[in-house]
Design a protein around this ligand. Structure first.
Ligand code: C5P
Length: 226
């Protein structure tokens, strides 16, 4: 037997999504990247023309929108198709104006409460690989296996830069690095559900390791947890 639910947390571009997706595939588990939900909420707030600092307005809107995470419709690097109130925002939520606002709205207590509830419902199905910042600590504290991925900020910025290059983007390495340092800071220092490893999480340093090596490591841990 294998672990029922697996929580994978870590900072921006620590490899959570690609590792989690591949692991879920190998185990035949469902995959949920919780980051897309915060991104979807940030996108909706910008789209509605809200003042991002207006905690109440952003929280109310987050409670109202319907976020749908569907099977990927194309094999172009997306892990899922993301819809907000029926509108496809899969690529929109990866853009800079979302990157620059998402950590801010992620500090709002009510925003986290609403999205955490939706994530827990998903986890109740079992056989789920869920990735984010607070999965092992807050969302699924009873997860059978918790993993915390670590990588230096330079390595993580390089990964994002290379991903963007593959998509023929025009991203600037320094800008990615600066944005990442800023997001790390906001995510780690916020009062509600800050980015920290759960006490019972297995920490894996991924610098210099391939995705497959990390997946194999977690897969072996999952087998032992049955
Ligand atoms: O993982 P990703 O970079 O897509 O997440 C975007 C942002 O969403 C993070 O910078 C963080 O502020 C927020 N987030 C969060 N809790 C989660 C997942 C994401 O606060 N479980």
């Amino acid at each position: 037997a294998t672990a029922k639910n697996i929580a994978i947390d870590g900072p921006v571009a620590s490899g959570k999504t690609s590792v989690g997706l591949s692991l879920a595939d190998r185990l035949g588990y469902l995959f949920l990247d919780t980051g897309v939900m915060y991104r979807a909420a940030a996108w909706a707030a910008v789209e509605a023309g809200l003042d991002i600092d207006d905690e109440q307005a952003v929280s109310d809107l987050t409670a109202k929108i319907k976020i749908e995470i569907m099977k990927p419709s194309a094999a172009d690097g997306r892990s899922n198709d993301i819809f907000v109130d029926g509108q496809d925002v899969t690529w929109e939520i990866r853009k800079d104006y979302v990157n620059n606002n998402v950590s801010q709205i992620s500090t709002y207590k009510q925003v986290r409460k609403v999205l955490t509830e939706q994530q827990r419902l998903f986890g109740q199905r079992g056989s789920v690989v869920m990735v984010g910042r607070d999965i092992g600590t807050v969302v699924l504290p009873d997860a059978d296996l918790k993993v915390f991925l670590i990588a230096s900020v330079e390595e993580r910025a390089r990964r994002r830069y290379n991903e963007d290059k593959q998509r023929k983007g025009s991203a600037d390495y320094q800008q990615i690095l600066d944005n990442m340092i800023q997001r790390d800071k906001t995510d780690s220092s916020r009062a509600v559900a800050p980015l920290v490893a759960a006490k019972d999480a297995v920490e894996i340093v991924t610098d210099g390791k391939s995705k497959d090596e990390v997946v194999e490591e977690i897969y072996q841990l999952a087998l032992k947890k049955g």
